[in-house]
Design a protein around this ligand. Structure first.
Ligand code: ADP
Ligand code: MG
Length: 566
């Protein structure tokens, strides 16, 4: 179209209509259906990509994109048949020369003759391609948005779940800590009582030979045996409670785990019985681990007993060892603080009944048992947990119902390459070795002190006593002959046994010191380890045990120098 004259302000109505169509991107037409001719505006022709349009219905229809053709044809036919005056439709035009298909919105008026047949159609076809594209983009955008939202929702759900898990694990860790403190306290007091009971039974035992032949002797002996059994079970129990509360004095050293496992297994075979087969898979080149041998043996035994109980109709227990690296990601997923690094793994896997989820969450709790009264104490896994945690290790339990259970113990790798062999049990030979030395007993528990004084007297020592540090130092000043200070670690009144020992050795450089404790987080046992040079006997002790330990300390070449108290 020639727009050069529009600036002159002399636009004709026809020109104005053409311009309007160009700007509005629409074309107009008139079609005489009866006579078969059509008038098309230039814009209409451009829009449809046709240059001639003879006015036949079919030739117009061929302009419509073939996929839209049936729909549009149907619409028009129905409008004609029903005498509809105005129709409106959207479709694509087929003949656009190049580029993407064009979208058109058509608004047509239909005029009918007196016979009711369509006579003329006049209408406007608007190019709506841009609008359509925008809609498509908008829809795509909405879909992307929806997808993004659902991805984010899933992420948030996962984060939420992880947080819940972490909170749950934290609660569990806090519970273990609280229960640990409680049981530790109980076990501590209980140990003092047991020491007294055990001592009384010891004394009775020593009097028995003198009673032989007298009427009650057999019954007294029998009663003593029974009581001893009970006490030993109680000792066992308290030691497991102490283990759980991580207050067992441990003596960790570099251990050859393969060797320890192999030696334990000889013993396990008897425990497991014939129905359960035992297989060991010991890794070559296994690092030494840093742990207490005795307690590790206990842990292995506890796990084996559990495995046996889980396989009443027989099965297989596999004990494996391996070198392991716990990486950042792994330790981050654990509630308790576990350092990343090198560990020695001991895995004990059974083919037993498995553990259901609700039970699994509680297995480490002290006194939690699913076994009938008399069968389980609920302290086996508590010991394992406490021991491993106290050893700066990590324990995990995996279980599948009907498949079996696997307990994995990770103990820190020892920096020391020289492994010490598992200590053999001390011989009982020197137990009766009596002494003539003087021992100062410092103990705040009156009954326990009385008992200790009595058995030391029986062992032949001269005994002096004190119930607290101040009195003990007074005694030391008065009695020159004291050779050995035997003191409790934890004492009321702000001073502990360790400080007392340092003070005492200032007065008497050659004074030997033996500590005793039911448990201790303090001066003697730093982080569960004995300080070097410190001699300690755990409560409860027997006459034999004490006699032996005292001789050992007195016969040692030089008084072990104590480090400064902390
Ligand atoms: P106890 O053996 O005295 O019941 P534990 O602390 O050793 O106490 O174990 C606690 C509970 O954990 C058991 O009563 C049992 O339900 C479950 N359990 C432990 N080990 C296993 C195992 N290997 N297979 C199936 N259940 C086990
Ligand atoms: Mg058990």
């Amino acid at each position: 179209m020639d727009t050069s004259d529009t600036g002159r302000g002399t636009t004709t109505a026809a020109e104005l209509l053409e311009l309007t169509q160009e700007v509005g991107r629409f074309g107009v037409f008139e079609w005489n259906a009866r006579q078969g001719w059509a008038r098309l505006s230039r814009a209409f022709i451009t829009l449809h990509g046709v240059d001639c349009f003879e006015g036949a219905y079919e030739s117009w229809l061929s302009c419509v994109f073939r996929e839209d053709r049936p729909r549009i044809s149907h619409l028009i036919q129905r409008a004609f048949a029903e005498g509809v005056r105005e129709i409106q439709a959207e479709f694509r035009v087929a003949n656009a020369v190049q580029g993407p298909l064009k979208w058109v919105e058509a608004r047509h008026l239909i005029f009918y003759g007196v016979d009711g047949r369509a006579e003329r159609v006049i209408g406007v076809n608007v190019d709506i391609t841009e609008r359509k594209q925008a809609t498509v983009q908008l829809r795509a955008f909405a879909e992307t948005l929806e997808e993004a939202v659902s991805v984010r929702t899933r992420e948030l759900e996962a984060q939420n779940e992880a947080r819940q898990k972490a909170e749950e694990a934290l609660r569990q860790a806090q519970k273990m800590e609280a229960v640990g403190q409680l049981t530790g306290g109980i076990a501590h007091d209980f140990n003092n009582l047991l020491t007294v009971v055990l001592g009384g039974l010891d004394i009775i035992g020593r009097q028995l030979p003198a009673l032989v032949g007298s009427p009650g002797a057999a019954r007294i002996s029998h009663g003593r045996e029974m009581s001893l059994k009970g006490v030993h079970r109680a000792v066992n129990l308290t030691s497991r409670l102490l283990a759980f509360s991580r207050q067992q004095p441990l003596a960790p050293r570099a251990l050859d785990i393969n060797r320890l496992v192999a030696e334990s297994c000889e013993f396990l075979i008897r425990t497991l019985g014939e129905a359960v087969s035992l297989e060991t898979v010991l890794a070559a080149g296994l690092w030494p681990a840093h742990a207490d041998a005795q307690e590790l043996e206990n842990a292995i035994l506890n796990l084996a007993v559990n495995a046996r109980d889980a396989m009443p109709r027989g099965g297989k227990l596999t004990v494996e060892t391996a070198n392991c690296y716990l990486d950042e990601a792994y330790v981050a997923g654990i509630a308790e603080p576990v350092a990343r690094g090198q560990y020695v793994l001991i895995a004990m896997t059974d083919t037993g009944v498995g553990i259901e989820k609700a039970v699994l969450e509680r297995v480490f709790d002290p006194f939690f048992t699913t076994k009938e009264v008399g069968k389980g104490t609920g302290l086996g896994l508590s010991q394992v947990y406490g021991f491993v945690r106290q050893s700066s290790g990590h324990v995990r339990i995996y279980s599948e119902i009907g498949e079996g259970t696997s307990v994995k113990i990770y103990l820190p790798r020892s920096p020391d390459a020289n492994v010490t062999l598992v200590e053999s049990k001390p011989s009982t030979e020197s137990a009766t070795a009596i002494g003539l030395e003087t021992v100062l007993v410092v103990e705040d528990d009156d009954a326990l002190r009385a008992y200790t004084v009595e058995i030391l007297g029986e062992l032949g020592y001269v005994v002096v006593e004190a119930s607290n540090s101040a009195t003990a130092l007074e005694v030391l000043d008065r009695v020159q002959e004291v050779d050995l200070l035997f003191t409790d670690v934890v004492m009321p009144g702000g001073s502990n046994g360790r400080q007392l020992a340092t003070e005492a050795q200032k007065r008497r450089a050659d004074l030997r010191v033996l500590f005793t404790t039911g448990y201790s987080r303090n001066a003697i046992v730093h982080h569960g380890r004995l300080d070097e040079g410190v001699q300690l006997i755990s409560k409860p002790f027997t006459i034999q045990g004490l006699g032996q330990k005292i001789r050992e300390v007195l016969d040692a070449p030089a008084p072990p120098p104590l480090n400064k108290p902390t």
